[in-house]
Design a protein around this ligand. Structure first.
Ligand code: FAS
Ligand code: PHB
Length: 390
């Protein structure tokens, strides 16, 4: 098989770039380890920043997002039994976010690939990258008992944290920066009316909680749990009881509960791999960086990688200009690290840390007090949450 761009990973990063390139006549293939149903069965991000939504529209995949997604102009932080609102619209200069599940946007991207007869190969095994530091890069994979080689100009590593791409960069070249948090998020999806029209991030001495949603009939809730917890340790009843303890009584009193249709624990980590380019290999999305979901920056950090790569590829194929490719890693990392900082800050402010000092907890109190007493602090939070410019 020959193509111009071989994309490893059929998650949102890989699919969005594939769609954008195809629309510009740049030939590409997507290689995905899992089946389509498996990819669409994963429940992940829920909040899209302005930049991601614009990219979806540019990729001609934004219609359902604009029809079914909810524009949110603020969210609440619950603490000390009360609720304070973060007015995103006011403090970001009129911007907002869209609440629209990653599952749905991934479905929209797959359907767009199908409509354009894009090449997405599922259930590929043993993907290997070849000569990415040389002049004849290629990617090989096994499908059934057949081994296939894809000759290409560029390889995009959009294969997530556990993918093969980042691991194909020689250890001596790659620098990895990681911070693992001493807790995880137990998430539940339920077919219930959301408890609040806007998200509620709750700080509580028992642990963090988040009340989110996917639609007016589909709610998404999280509670912080110790790393030692397993999903099977938590019955639905126990989950709902603990969530009620961590939110203000006015919220607990109107919480509608129901059976969980998905329940999982996600560990929290901050991670960045540098550089995001090695020869003809370019890393994008979770393959290069991970954030704790407290700042809703996970999926949204992938957006700017895709934006920069898309324009760099256009420059190369349309104008013979490689400045975008040569500058990709530094430019992407500059924005990635700002998302890392914001996610670390939100996580540190809102979670309980097992080994925290009384002094640390006073700083958390002060962070919140400063936030709700300073327009400058609120503007800083708002501009990060709606998405810094690309
Ligand atoms: P993805 O991991 O989504 O996709 C990579 C794809 O590559 C996968 O489909 C995988 O099957 C495939 N792949 C892996 N190895 C391969 C190989 N060797 N060959 C071929 N294919 C391979 N972000 C938020 O903003 N809010 C959240 O609440 C949130 N919750 C999350 C919960 C969990 C459990 C996880 C893991 C992530 C969560 N995230 C959240 C972050 C998440 O949304 C990611 O940022 C997003 O999935 C990034 O998309 P991709 O970069 O496409 O990576
Ligand atoms: C979600 O709805 O899954 C969600 C929303 C906001 C976050 C994290 C997760 O910060």
């Amino acid at each position: 098989m020959k193509t111009q761009v071989c994309i490893i990973g059929g998650g949102p990063s890989g699919l969005l770039l594939s769609q954008l390139l195809h629309l510009q006549g740049i030939d590409n293939v997507v290689l995905e380890r899992q089946s389509r149903d498996y990819v669409l069965g994963r429940i992940r991000a829920g909040v899209l920043e302005h930049g991601f939504a614009e990219l979806m529209r540019e990729a001609r995949c934004g219609e359902r997002m604009d029809r079914e997604g909810e524009i949110h102009e603020g969210f609440f932080i619950a603490h000390d039994g009360r609720m304070d609102r973060v007015d995103l619209h006011r403090y970001s200069g009129g911007s907002s976010v869209i609440v629209y599940g990653q599952t749905e946007l991934t479905r929209d991207l797959y359907e767009a690939r199908d409509r354009m007869q894009g090449t997405v190969v599922h259930d590929v095994q043993d993907v290997q990258l070849h000569d990415i530091a040389g002049t004849s890069p290629s990617v090989s994979y096994r499908k059934g008992d057949e081994r296939v080689r894809v000759e290409c100009d560029f390889v995009i590593g959009a294969d997530g944290f556990h993918g093969v791409s980042r691991k194909s960069i020689p250890a001596g070249v790659l620098s990895e920066y990681e911070k693992v948090y001493p807790f995880g998020w137990l998430g539940v999806l339920s077919r219930t009316k959301p408890v609040s029209p806007e998200l509620i991030y709750a700080r509580h001495e028992r642990g963090f909680a988040l009340c989110s949603l996917r639609s007016q009939v589909l709610s998404r809730y999280y509670i912080q749990v110790p790393l030692s917890d397993k999903v099977e340790d938590w019955s639905d009843e126990d989950f709902w009881a603990e969530l009620r303890r961590r939110v203000p009584s006015e919220v607990a009193g109107r919480l509608l509960t129901g059976p969980s249709i998905e329940k999982s624990i996600a560990p929290l980590r901050s991670f960045v791999a540098e550089p995001m380019r090695y020869g003809s290999l370019f890393l994008a999305g979770d393959a290069a960086h991970i954030v704790p979901p407290t700042g809703a920056r996970g999926l949204n950090s992938a957006a700017s990688d895709i934006h920069y790569l898309y324009h760099a590829m256009l420059g190369h194929y349309r104008d013979g200009d490689d400045s975008g490719l040569d500058g990709y890693s530094a430019k992407a990392l500059a924005r990635v690290w700002k998302a890392q900082r914001f996610s670390w800050w939100m996580t540190t402010m809102l979670h309980t840390f097992p080994d925290s000092l009384a002094y640390d907890r006073k700083l958390q109190d002060t962070d919140l007090a400063y936030l709700f007493s300073s327009e400058a602090a609120m503007r800083s939070l708002a501009e990060n949450y709606v998405g810094l410019p690309f």
